[in-house]
Design a protein around this ligand. Structure first.
Ligand SMILES: Cc1cc2nc3c(=O)[nH]c(=O)nc-3n(C[C@H](O)[C@H](O)[C@H](O)COP(=O)(O)OP(=O)(O)OC[C@H]3O[C@@H](n4cnc5c(N)ncnc54)[C@H](O)[C@@H]3O)c2cc1C
Length: 239
């Protein structure tokens, strides 16, 4: 039975059930929740942390695991941030957190959609893309990923991306040159070329763009400018 969108419930307690160091500044965290309702690829959760003095901080994190897998988020540290340093460096197995969700019915991919996918991610925007490519490829949907990271050592999910099970991927590095990577920002011309498949424009292709706001807006403008219909584009801004 494919996962379905459900109304968002209130806060629920979850327990950290495992962590994976992805890069020096990013970590994946898996949770167990007694009543986890299941999620759709692309959805996020809200996490609420409460300090001993009662101060609370809430942030959103995309689910990076595919539907049917244990809920997992993948967080990149903002060195001077409130919540991400705790999640990347401190949270440990058995810690109790509160989450709300899964949330979101727009930036989602469901198996009733057969269109080929173009995923464009900047930085930690790769998190929901992993959920989407794992779900879509299990369904037999072709997936092309363009991923922009600052440096090679900040590429998240590198092993999975280079495995035969990963999507067809191009990784751009914006701050250094390294073999096996494109150098520089993802250009409008490159995105325009990707809208075509083997030189023939694919009218059913859907595009998902996720990352920092400026990255998402520039990429979305380029895709629309290259002829992608707005209703075939989904965007998620991490702020
Ligand atoms: C739908 C959604 C999904 C997301 N998914 C992910 C994800 O999968 N992975 C991920 O890593 N992130 C994700 N994010 C981003 C995440 O929610 C947080 O914004 C991020 O982790 C930073 O939170 P923080 O508490 O560490 O930093 P914050 O404390 O929020 O600070 C962020 C930045 O703002 C600056 N700042 C804070 N307050 C002020 C102030 N008063 N004046 C000036 N500057 C200030 C800080 O110095 C810091 O540089 C997502 C966001 C959204 C909206």
């Amino acid at each position: 039975m494919p996962p379905r969108l459900r109304p968002v419930q209130g806060w629920r307690p979850v327990t950290v059930a495992g962590t994976t160091r992805e890069t020096a500044s990013a970590r994946s965290i898996r949770f167990t929740a007694a009543d986890w309702p299941g999620h759709v690829a692309g959805q996020h959760i809200d996490i609420r942390l409460t300090a001993e003095d009662g101060y609370q901080a809430t942030r959103s994190y995309s689910l990076s695991s595919a539907p049917g897998e244990a809920p997992q988020i993948t967080v990149e540290r903002e060195d001077d941030g409130e919540v991400s340093p705790y999640l990347v460096d401190i949270a440990t197995d058995g810690d109790a957190l509160e989450v709300r969700g899964p949330v979101g019915g727009y930036f989602v991919w469901q198996p009733d959609d057969d269109a080929p996918l173009l995923l464009v991610a900047g930085g930690s925007g790769i998190a929901p893309m992993r959920a989407i490519w794992r779900a879509a490829r299990a369904h037999g949907t072709p997936v092309r990923l363009v991923y922009s990271a600052r440096t090679a050592d900040r590429v998240i999910f590198g092993d999975e991306l280079s495995s035969p099970d990963g999507p067809e991927t191009t990784v751009h590095l914006t701050r250094e040159r390294a073999s096996g990577f494109e150098y520089g920002r993802v250009s409008a011309d490159q995105l325009s070329a990707l809208l075509g498949s083997g030189g023939v424009r694919e009218p059913r292709l859907r595009a998902y763009v996720c990352g920092p706001t400026a990255f998402v807006e520039e990429t979305a403008r380029a895709l629309i400018g290259a002829g992608l219909a707005a209703d075939l584009l989904r965007t998620e801004r991490f702020g």
